[in-house]
Design a protein. Structure first.
Length: 323
């Protein structure tokens, strides 16, 4: 609910209540009001009491959490206001108890109603604030998690370029151009909540190329793609975390499988690598994926499935509904 809509709704509620309250009091209960109109005189005092309660008493006592004292003050104000109405405005000459039984409702109804309205809108404001804080917290956490991911990607790419500048300088320019694309992706496009699937896949293509060159003769990379449409959005730097983890923990002379499939808006991603059970524990393998799990929960909630299988190889499966 926007601030303007909320303010308009409050004004309408107040106006409608006072109109209905005056109508009920004047038309349905007694003809006496039409002769002397003491109630119409009393309405102005009622309005003053109601808004004194709404703007000063309720906020003060609620903030201090003096609920019992507020109830006591509320009762005293209602009692005195009703007595004032009986003996000053209506001049009924009745007893205190008769006055309370006949006229107390006229004081209590607006006081109770507008107190309830104040509490209701305060509750709405608090809920909106909670949602806002949660959203800000989630955004801050996502930025923090991304900041942890980005250096890993760049560090690996720079290492590859450094190695090639020494061993194969003629191939270095192409790698620098690829790194330029990856830098643009990491530094600018990854700050978006979602980016086009095509850009994210291109980033992975470049990363795989880097790794293919860097691990030539050491590791076998099996990279396959089957994408029916690139007209989807995806949170940036999700899949690369899994791929990096595979390269980091895979053994020498081993195979790394990376398979990406997108069909009817459903992304199916599988990454599998061999690892040395004597040197690397399952906990070590999962450390690099902990941030990923947090990001998936924050971004996709229940629209994803994430699983890790540890057997002869380490296999990570991720399904995301991109629709």
């Amino acid at each position: 609910m926007t601030v303007i809509n909320k303010n308009i709704s409050q004004v309408l509620v107040h106006i409608l209540f006072w109109m209905l309250f005056v109508f009920v009091s004047l038309f349905l209960f007694s003809n006496f009001y039409w002769k002397e109109n003491p109630f119409l005189q009393y309405v102005s005092l009622l309005v003053a009491i109601v808004y004194l309660n709404n703007f000063f008493l309720l906020p003060f006592f609620v903030k201090k959490k003096l609920y019992v004292l507020y109830v006591f003050v509320f009762a005293i104000i209602s009692f005195l206001a009703t007595q004032l109405y009986c003996y000053t405005f209506a001049q009924c000459g009745c007893t205190v108890f008769k006055c309370l039984s006949d006229y107390l409702w006229q004081t209590l109804v607006p006081l109770i109603f507008f107190s309830f309205i104040w509490i209701l809108y305060r509750f709405i404001d608090e809920q909106e604030e909670v949602v806002k804080v949660k959203k800000e917290h989630a955004e801050m956490e996502l930025k923090f998690l991304k900041s942890q991911i980005n250096p890993h990607v760049l560090f690996n790419n720079l290492n590859t370029i450094y190695s090639y500048s020494l061993e194969k300088p003629n191939e270095t320019p192409e790698l620098i151009l690829m790194l330029s694309d990856n830098l643009k992706h990491v530094l600018y496009e990854s700050n978006e909540k979602t980016i086009s699937l095509e850009k994210e896949i291109q980033f992975i293509d470049n990363y795989i190329k880097f790794q293919t060159i860097r691990t030539e003769g050491v590791k076998q990379i099996h990279y396959t793609k089957k994408i029916d449409s690139f007209q989807h959005q995806i949170a940036p730097l999700l899949l690369i975390t899994i791929i990096e983890n595979a390269f980091k923990h895979s053994t020498l002379n081993s195979d790394i499988l990376v398979d990406i499939e997108v069909e009817k808006g459903l992304l199916k991603f599988v990454c599998e690598n061999d690892f040395d059970k004597n040197k690397v524990t399952a906990t070590d393998l999962k450390i690099g994926l902990q941030n990923l799990e947090k990001r998936l929960e924050l971004i996709y909630n229940s629209a994803y499935k994430f699983s890790i299988e540890k057997g002869d190889s380490f296999k990570v499966t991720l399904n995301i509904d991109l629709k």
